[in-house]
Design a protein around this ligand. Structure first.
Ligand code: BES
Ligand code: MN
Ligand code: ZN
Length: 466
């Protein structure tokens, strides 16, 4: 999809002119007022659409009226959803070249562009019959700069969604390393198995040892011109989670190629930074590996030693994400950054608690948590705080090591949170559990089924606004 901004949309011939209608108000087009409003009583409730032919009365062939709902309730999140709704309608009628002329104030360009690109998304690389797409979108009124930023966000999300949707046979640890190394404007260092061993990352290493795919520890770094803050983002990068020897049932394993969604988010964010140019130092970290059952797999009862010297009794090989994150967190905390955020498809428990509507957030700094929650909301995502009461640690007690990797079946998202905290020292830290939000089994709002790019928009805005 090509997105442009133009001032004279009204006089530009295009297949469909998309306009808006607030409830109890007229539209900007006489023709639409006559037919949609007066004749057909189109109300303009949020998300309703009305399509009409113009019979040559204006340069556009058709008008699509999009309901914007109550004027006082309209905001940038509504804008994104309205544009997405319009794009889906335009895909159905196979329109190619469309113009949007919304009668709203002009600073909605970013959310409009993001909405268009979210709706334009399809993972059709492996299909012979490609998805129906709108080729060209022209927006009136919005600022060029806002739309450009929206395109950067939208393309970053697309990049993340593509990577998380890819089969595990494609998106291997080596592939993630290759992609990280090819991103412009950042420096990347890849650590191989021997170096990971030398760094003392015994927890991470154990998870990957059952796979024929070698682990790759990825460290990317972006340095802005006058860095105001140093921050590290860590993405869980389990390229396939079979559960290991504590193997998952078939139905739970089916979508486990998405267990690197956190890593895909971090890669998408790092890719966007050289275009956004924030005054920040941003480290992107991924401890990539596969969790597979084999003769060389780590086993229940094994005792692992993480980079900070703490020992972990393996209670369940399917609680692998926290083991890889443990070493990645140790690594991040040694970089001298102000803040660390990890993002991970970590627990089924988080999915049970919050569904597909919200990601869980935990951390050791209430201000950082609330800033991230607010940033998420403004970005069109939901982060919801889950508790990290120290009591959750009780169930992680081990007789033979410093801790076990799993505890009680209840409160699983919080148990994972307090486990991770054992590997955080001297920095502000937040953990985002995207188990429920990263990958949809069926379409939801402006998203088709599959990967959603969870976290990308929020991280980009967080880094930009820091
Ligand atoms: N990758 C899974 C979590 C997950 C589940 C992500 C569903 C997305 C959808 C994680 O590695 C896992 O297997 N967690 C276990 C932990 C348990 C063994 C303590 C779980 O949630 O069942
Ligand atoms: Mn698992
Ligand atoms: Zn996992």
């Amino acid at each position: 999809m090509e997105i442009k901004v133009s001032d004279n949309v009204k006089d530009t011939p295009c297949e469909v002119l998309v306009i808006n209608k607030f409830e109890n108000e007229k539209t900007s087009q006489e023709l639409a007022n006559t037919y949609a409003v007066e004749k057909d009583h189109f109300e303009g409730k949020f998300g309703q659409t009305y399509l009409m032919h113009t019979l040559g009365k204006i340069p556009a062939d058709k008008i699509l009226v999009v309901g914007f709902g109550k004027k006082e309730e309209f905001d940038s999140n509504k804008m994104r959803q309205a544009v997405a709704k319009a794009i889906k309608k335009l895909q159905q009628i196979q329109a190619q070249d469309v113009c949007f002329d919304f009668d709203v104030n002009c600073d909605y360009g970013k959310s409009a562009a993001i909405g268009a690109l979210i709706a334009d998304y399809a993972f059709d690389k492996y299909k012979n019959e490609k998805a129906k797409r709108v080729a060209k979108v022209t927006f009136a009124k919005f600022s060029e700069a806002d739309v450009k930023e929206g395109i950067i966000f939208g393309e970053s999300m697309k990049f993340t969604r593509d990577l998380a949707n890819e089969p595990a046979a494609y998106a291997t640890p080596s592939k993630l390393a290759e992609i990280a190394s090819s991103i412009d404007g950042i420096t990347t260092k890849i650590y191989d198995k021997e170096e990971i061993e030398r760094m003392g990352m015994g927890a991470y290493l154990a998870v990957g040892q059952g796979s024929i795919q070698p682990p790759k520890f990825i460290h990317m770094k972006y340095t802005g011109r006058n860095p105001k803050k140093k921050i590290a983002i860590i993405g869980k990068g389990i390229c396939f989670d079979s559960g290991g020897l504590d193997i998952k049932p078939a139905s739970s394993m089916l979508t486990m190629r998405d267990d690197m969604s956190g890593a895909a988010c971090v890669l998408g964010v790092m890719k966007a930074l050289s275009a956004l140019e924030p005054d920040m130092e941003v480290h992107g970290i991924i401890a990539a590996c596969e969790n597979m059952p084999s003769g060389s797999s780590y086993k229940p009862g094994d005792i692992l030693k993480a980079k900070n010297g703490k020992t972990i009794e393996v209670d369940n090989t399917d609680a692998e994400g926290r083991l890889t994150l443990a070493d990645a967190l140790c690594f991040a905390c040694e970089l001298g950054v102000d803040e660390v955020i990890d993002i991970a498809t970590l627990t089924g428990a988080c999915m049970v608690a919050l569904g597909t509507q919200a990601s869980g957030i935990m951390g050791n700094d209430e201000d950082m948590i609330s800033t991230l929650i607010r940033t998420a909301k403004d970005s069109g995502e939901n982060f919801w705080q889950l508790p990290m009461f120290p009591e959750y640690k009780d169930s992680l007690k081990s007789d033979i090591a410093d801790m076990k990797n799993t505890g009680s079946r209840y409160g699983g998202a919080s148990t994972a949170g307090v486990f991770l905290q054992e590997f955080v020292s001297g920095v502000k830290w937040c953990h985002i559990d995207i188990a429920g939000t990263a990958f949809l089994e069926k379409p939801q709002k402006e998203f088709i089924a599959g990967a959603t790019g969870a976290g990308v928009r929020t991280f980009l805005n967080y880094i930009k606004n820091a």
